[in-house]
Design a protein around this ligand. Structure first.
Ligand code: MLT
Ligand code: MN
Ligand code: ZN
Length: 304
């Protein structure tokens, strides 16, 4: 299984256009600290790619990765579609950037599709430009990522959604409750028996998520905030990290303590610009290293 990390920042990015916090200013002064919005490209058995979450940076993310470039035909793209873990704007606005596609396969849960269709009117808006084929992300059984039956070489990656939380995006806050608003993805490679879990938005550490993480070889998790008070302390919100729908890394309810118990390779992604981890010299990097936990970096390749 090949996972190409396309970005590791939370909504806003690092730097965020209207932010002069130390993390954003540091990234302006040191371009190597810049992080694009959290996203991942996954290669299918046939060598095509699915992009997990379509961010506002998707055009640059594609250009930065030669494996995602078009060719040899003038409009031949290796990108088959997009998988969505939720309906948040930082994970979906990039869909409009892909409107030049001949067609786009979009895998999402039912409430996510409904929010995009009914609230953002994506189906209506993009319909005149490209053909969207929606597939529901299965939460009970794993299905081939590309939607085709397995080939002779052991076949395609299998994908399933692991329910994480009922957190709705702010623009759809009055939509019906559903435990599939936010999911983690479980990717399983039948050729190697390896699996990965991608959970860039974790409001609650559900039993289902724990089960998938405990079996996985690699787990990539929401690292938006270092500690629960960070959003209030830095003045970006009156809510705590947990109140904003992101379990913090550190502290009694933090995810680091959980990840440290897993046998999987564990990495954090979706870092907010207020997170001290956006500074490579921050002491918090050593704390995580002692627990055997990594911070994902843009351009990182994970091979399982
Ligand atoms: C989140 O991760 O909580 C959202 O992406 C916030 C946002 O709307 O940018
Ligand atoms: Mn986000
Ligand atoms: Zn900032």
């Amino acid at each position: 299984m090949l996972l190409q990390v396309l970005g590791t920042a939370a909504g806003g990015g690092v730097p965020q256009w209207n932010c002069a916090c130390p993390g954003c200013s540091g990234a302006r002064a040191h371009p190597e600290r810049r992080r694009r919005h959290a996203s991942l490209a996954v290669r299918t058995g046939e060598g095509r790619w699915y992009i997990v979450n379509a961010t506002p940076d998707i055009g640059d993310q594609i250009e930065a990765h030669p494996a995602l470039h078009p060719g040899p035909g003038p409009r031949q793209t290796p990108i088959a579609g997009v998988v969505l873990t939720d309906a948040e704007l930082d994970h979906t606005l990039g869909l409009a950037r892909l409107r030049e596609a001949d067609g786009l396969d979009i895998l999402a849960t039912a409430p996510v599709r409904q929010a995009l269709d009914d609230r953002l009117r994506l189906g209506e808006v993009l319909g005149p430009y490209t053909a969207l084929t929606w597939r529901e992300l299965p939460s009970h059984s794993a299905r081939p990522l590309s939607g085709y039956s397995p080939g002779p070489d052991g076949g395609d990656l299998r994908i399933s959604a692991v329910p994480v939380s009922g957190k709705r995006p702010r623009y759809a806050a009055d939509s019906p409750e559903d435990d599939a608003w936010v999911v983690a993805l479980r990717l399983y490679d039948p050729a190697t028996g390896k699996s990965a879990v991608y959970a860039p938005a974790v409001a609650a550490w559900s039993d289902a998520l724990h089960g998938a993480a405990a079996e996985a070889d690699c787990v990539i998790v929401d690292g938006t905030f270092w500690d629960d008070e960070e959003p209030r302390r830095t003045g970006i919100s009156s809510r705590t990290a947990t109140g904003m729908g992101h379990l913090p890394i550190d502290g009694p309810d933090g995810t680091a303590g959980i990840l440290a118990t897993l046998s999987a390779r564990c990495l954090y992604t979706h870092l907010n610009n207020t997170n001290p981890l956006v500074d490579p010299a921050a002491a918090q990097h050593k704390r995580l290293a002692r627990l055997g936990i990594e911070v994902a970096e843009d351009e990182m390749v994970i091979e399982l």
